[in-house]
Design a protein around this ligand. Structure first.
Ligand SMILES: [Zn+2]
Length: 388
């Protein structure tokens, strides 16, 4: 049920279509982050209205609450949250490394205490595959070790080697689920095999030779597609672009490539230029709730006093509901008084901006005009207002 077709290319950039059990995703694509099975502050209806094609949900959070078995008994994550389009779930690893109150990494996996109640848990490559099978993800991510930045070459190598060993275990378990559907609670509830794909993850910190080796050896294990992990974690932007540019040529041409957790609108355009097809990032949603809007004229901080009597929409070039109905003055007021609508309206605009940027990228690729789009996009963002 999983396939990918590249329809247009320009340099390393590609336009394509990724097919999953819950429908097609036109790439390059951006996935809004729905941590708890919802994108904070907006409804699924809003997401559809801004053109979201696929949602990312967080395994760590859903495993702790309400639990993957409870979700399986409701028919899986799509049925539980009422979203009929594709869903990608992360492996839970990143959250264990960043949220859990106490964690200890052994060869077996990550031992941690829940950030909610301190209860002890063990997340292994096998367990991460099991949880995602219960969720019924269209795309499951393999469990990897998330190394902190900066790391020295020796620890980056050790971590990359462990990630490769975990990748093999995670892949084996995923394939076991394909062979024996009854292993998952969800397949038992539904009485049928649940179709999904699993992506491997390239690591290697900021060391070019490790990145290249990690890509080659992860591809040898054989996943349905590949992601680039461990970037956008505090390294300089040019280093991130360099790592992406060195990794994508080592990945199969005919499979999608996913850059995890990145980034700013500029990052997305630059990663597409280096052959990336899929993105997720909390920036549009988190920054929206904090009053920062991404616009075609740069970033706009709605808290700023200078917008108190500004009757213009946040982004005059934007067609979203927020820009069609709200002035900067009104949005600033809503934010200042702590109105729930402030988060909703800002998030809606930011997601529209991100998704529309990807739509314009796809269009430019269709007509062989990506390079000129890229130049104009950077020019427009750099010459305009940049609020603190
Ligand atoms: Zn807008």
């Amino acid at each position: 049920m999983f396939s990918f077709k590249v329809t247009h290319t320009e340099g390393a950039a590609r336009r394509g279509v990724m097919t999953t059990a819950h429908g097609d995703v036109e790439t390059p694509a951006f996935m809004p982050v729905g941590t708890q099975g919802a994108v904070k502050g907006v409804t699924h209806r809003d997401l559809e209205s801004v053109g979201a094609q696929i949602l990312l949900a967080n395994t760590y959070h859903l495993y702790l609450r309400p639990g993957d078995e409870l979700i399986a008994r409701r028919g899986g994550l799509h049925a539980f949250i009422g979203w009929s389009k594709p869903i990608l779930t992360d492996s839970g690893g990143y959250q264990v490394f960043s949220l859990a109150s106490r964690r200890k990494i052994t060869e077996d996996g990550a031992h941690f205490q829940s950030h909610l109640d301190g209860s002890p848990h063990l997340l292994t490559p096998e367990k991460a595959a099991d949880i995602q099978a219960n969720l019924g993800s269209d795309i499951a991510m393999v469990f990897d070790e998330c190394l902190a930045h900066p790391a020295d070459a020796a620890s980056a190598r050790a971590s990359m080697e462990r990630t490769l060993r975990w990748a093999k275990r995670g892949r084996d378990r995923f394939l076991q689920h394909r062979e024996q559907p009854a292993l998952s609670e969800l397949a038992k509830v539904r009485g049928e095999r649940v179709e999904g794909a699993q992506f491997g993850i390239v690591q290697g910190s900021v060391f070019p030779d490790l990145r290249e080796e990690s890509a080659e050896r992860t591809v040898e294990i054989g996943f349905d597609a590949y992601a680039i992990g461990g970037l956008s974690v505090g390294e300089p932007t040019d280093v991130m672009y360099d790592m992406v540019g060195r990794t994508t040529p080592k990945l199969p041409l005919d499979l999608p490539r996913y850059l995890m957790g990145a980034g700013t609108p500029e990052d997305l355009v630059e990663a597409v230029a280096r052959g990336v097809d899929l993105f997720d990032c909390v920036l549009p949603t988190r920054n929206g709730r904090n009053g920062q809007l991404f616009t075609s004229e740069g970033r706009l901080n709605i808290k700023n006093a200078r917008y108190a009597e500004d009757d213009r929409p946040p982004d005059p070039a934007c067609q979203c509901y927020t820009c069609q109905t709200c002035s900067r003055a009104y949005l600033r007021h809503l934010f200042a008084v702590g109105e729930l609508n402030a988060g909703t309206l800002n998030t809606l605009h930011n997601l529209h901006f991100y998704l529309d940027t990807l739509r314009r990228i796809r269009e430019s690729l269709t007509f062989g005009r990506f390079e000129s789009f890229r130049l104009l996009f950077h020019e427009s963002l750099s010459r305009q207002l940049q609020d603190p």
